[in-house]
Every structure is written in structure tokens, then in C-alpha cells.
Design a protein around this ligand. Structure first.
Ligand SMILES: C[S@@+](CC[C@H](N)C(=O)[O-])C[C@H]1O[C@@H](n2cnc3c(N)ncnc32)[C@H](O)[C@@H]1O
Length: 370
């Protein structure tokens, strides 16, 4: 699977599928301005828009009666255990049905030499925030386990398939999700940075390095750092990077808390946080945003990609699916209630912009004033 391919110019889903409907069953509104052939030669020839729902956020999230009801059901231990198992089963079987060899990918990591990376990656004096030590994503040790690390890549690919259900392949779905996100970042930086180059990039919550690899390929001359709280995830990132990357300046992996990185002020031009904040309590989100402001140079860009409360698809999720989703994501309600744009402004960011970059995700970008 070419997860490090820099194919983000191919950022259209539906023209590739040969449809020309305006509104599709998955709620995505597609404006086709060109054919696939035109798209490969010029990314600006195609425009894809994703439809917003009528609410500010889904009824199943936040503090609504429905959300409380789901919360109460989930908090009942025997039900939680069943849901946890169910969520995991649904995830794996859906992935495999869609061409993601989940168990094979996991086996390859678990039977590799990845374990050797841990010693060079782990910061033994790091103190984990409380929320990070709770069971999470159906793993009792949360992200602090080899199993979670080995399953991170197939889980991420499955997320892309859910976000782009019409894609012809898992690879195409991934290219759409990542391509639109990168496009939003490049556009924002071009418009608001005052012409400054992206020389240093920090990927906060880099997990096993998938987002980091995309950023590195998009900005080939930049120095790229991936930072995460899980030394197991970082071990997989470093292991994969050694195998796959041909970069002259290898990606640097740092085991640290994104809330307080210890890195020098004004040392980055781009701070990216993708698919992390829905896994964090609001106080961690606020701290990471403040820390990013400190770390970025004037004109620097912060880019946050995550679930979009305004997404029509998420607002219309079936009760079975949203209950399964909530059963393994303990901070989802807080995430949906967090005013991300307001938090960015409060931290000092300007030019705050939000765009739906696929049927389920938004990319929020903002700049440090000059
Ligand atoms: C879903 S993963 C991110 C995936 C990746 N950025 C991507 O786009 O594919 C969320 C990551 O955030 C990390 N994380 C959570 N809280 C963190 C914190 N305070 N500091 C650094 N990393 C954190 C987790 O360990 C996990 O690897």
C-alpha cells in the first residue's frame, strides 16, 4: 500500500467513479468541473464540495438527551464490553471486505524487528497525562501497546474508506482524504504566510507516521518532526520510515506531550494536528493549540484535521453506528462541544478558516500574525 505516495493532486472522489450526480446517497455534494484526465494534469481543474448537515453538531454528540442516553447505555459495564468487542469486529471485517488486509498488516508488524526501535525512541522521564492512561479504542492499555501500534495503519486506512465510500480502492480513498487536507494546508500557507517557505514542520500526534509521511512528501525540502505520546506508535513510525523513505533528511521522531513539548519557541513554519483532537479532552486540545502558537514562527500555519461536527454524513449516522463509535471514543462529546475556531483565536491565531475536506472531516487552518 503506497501510503507515502505523494498523490495529493488526485483529490477527487466522484469524477473518478464516473458518476455525475449532484447529490449522492452519502450526503456528499459533488460539483464536477472537469474529468479525471483533466484532474491529473491540473489539480485546480476540479472542485469537490462536501455537504453540511442542518445542525451545528450531530444529535448523538454533546449534551443532548440522545447523547446522554447513549452515554448511560455505554457506561453499563456488560454493555460496554459487548460494544467494545462489536466495534472491533465491525472495524476488522469492514476493513477486510474493502481490501484492507487488517490481520495480515498487523501480523507483519508484530512479527518484525520493530521492538528494537523502542529503546532509542522512548523518553523514560515522560509523565503521561491522566487521560492517556485510560482504556481506549477497545484496547485496555489505550495507545500504550504493541497491538494498538500494529493496528494503527489498517485502522487509519479504514477511516479513509468510511470517509470516501465511493472510492474504487482503499488507496484512492486515502488519497482523497489526505489530498484534500494537504491542499487546504498549502492553500492557507500560500495565502497567509507572506511568502515564507515551509522549512520546519511539526506533526503533533503523528501516531505511526502516516500523516508525517504525507507532509514530508508534500514539502520535500522541509525538516520534518513527528511527535507522539506513544513510544510504541513511534517505534512503528521509525521502523517503517527506515524501510520506505528515501529522504535525505530523515524524519525525526520525538516521544513527548504535545501540550508541553519542550521544543524551542518560533522553530516551526507548520504545525499539523490530524485526527487527534477527537481523542483528547478539551483541556488537552486547548493546551496543544497554545503550545503550537508558541512553537510557530510569525506567518506560520497551524492545520487541524478531524471529524466535522457539521458533516451531514456524521449527523445522519445510524444509531448502531454512533453507539459503536462512542463506545470506544471517551472524549467524543467534549470534542463535539469544543469551539475549535474560538480556541484558536483566543490563543492568538488569525485567518481562521474551516473547510470540509471529505464527507466526515474538516480541516481548520489558522496563522500566527506577522
Ligand atoms: C488517530 S492518531 C493520529 C493519526 C495521525 N496524525 C494521522 O493523521 O494519521 C492520534 C494520536 O494522537 C496521539 N496523542 C494523543 N494525545 C497526545 C498528546 N497530548 N501529545 C502527543 N500525542 C498525543 C496518540 O498517541 C495518537 O497516536
Amino acid at each position: 500500500m503506497a501510503l507515502y505516495a505523494n498523490a495529493h493532486k488526485l483529490y477527487l472522489a466522484s469524477p473518478a467513479s464516473g458518476h455525475d450526480a449532484r447529490t449522492r446517497s452519502n450526503g456528499k455534494r459533488v460539483r464536477i468541473l472537469a474529468t479525471r484526465a483533466a484532474a491529473s494534469s491540473s489539480s485546480s481543474a476540479v472542485e469537490v464540495a462536501y455537504e453540511k448537515g442542518q445542525l451545528e453538531r450531530p444529535k448523538w454528540a454533546g449534551e443532548t438527551p440522545l447523547s446522554r442516553l447513549v452515554g448511560a447505555v455505554i457506561s453499563f459495564k456488560p454493555v460496554y464490553s459487548l460494544l467494545k468487542l462489536g466495534a472491533r469486529q465491525v472495524l476488522i471485517s469492514t476493513a477486510e471486505k474493502n481490501g484492507v488486509p487488517w490481520r495480515e498488516m498487523t501480523r507483519q508488524i508484530l512479527e518484525s524487528d520493530v521492538y528494537k526501535e523502542l529503546e532509542s525512541i522512548q523518553n523514560p522521564s515522560l509523565v503521561y497525562p491522566d487521560y492517556y492512561l485510560s482504556p481506549f479504542h477497545a484496547y485496555d492499555e489505550g495507545n500504550l501497546s504493541w497491538m494498538a501500534a500494529a493496528e494503527a495503519e489498517p485502522a487509519t486506512t479504514s477511516m479513509s474508506i468510511r470517509a470516501v465510500p465511493d472510492a474504487k480502492s482503499a488507496d484512492e480513498a486515502t488519497q482523497v482524504v489526505r489530498g484534500n487536507w494537504l491542499e487546504a494546508i498549502e492553500k492557507h500557507h500560500r495565502q497567509h504566510s507572506g511568502g515564507s517557505m515551509v522549512r520546519d514542520i511539526l506533526d503533533i500526534g503523528c501516531s505511526v507516521g502516516i500523516s508525517t509521511g504525507y507532509l514530508a512528501n508534500t514539502f520535500p525540502s522541509a525538516k520534518v518532526t513527528g511527535l507522539d505520546l506513544s513510544p510504541y506508535f513511534l517505534s512503528v513510525a521509525q521502523f517503517n520510515e527506515r524501510k520506505r523513505s528515501q529522504r535525505t533528511a530523515p524524519i525525526q521522531w520525538i516521544h513527548a506531550n504535545g501540550e508541553d513539548t519542550g521544543l524551542p519557541s518560533k522553530s516551526f513554519d507548520l504545525a499539523s494536528i490530524s485526527l487527534m483532537f477527537h481523542e483528547c479532552p478539551t483541556r488537552a486540545t486547548t493546551n496543544v493549540i497554545k503550545e503550537s502558537f508558541r512553537l510557530l514562527r510569525p506567518g506560520g500555519t497551524i492545520a487541524i484535521m478531524d471529524q466535522a461536527p457539521s458533516s451531514k454524513v456524521l449527523q445522519n449516522l445510524s444509531p448502531v453506528l454512533f453507539t459503536l463509535l462512542k463506545s470506544t471514543e471517551p472524549h467524543l462529546d467534549e470534542y463535539y462541544l469544543t469551539d475549535l475556531e474560538g480556541t484558536l483565536r483566543e490563543a492568538g491565531f488569525v485567518n481562521v478558516t474551516e473547510v470540509l475536506t471529505d464527507s466526515r472531516h474538516r480541516t481548520v487552518t489558522a496563522s500566527v500574525p506577522h
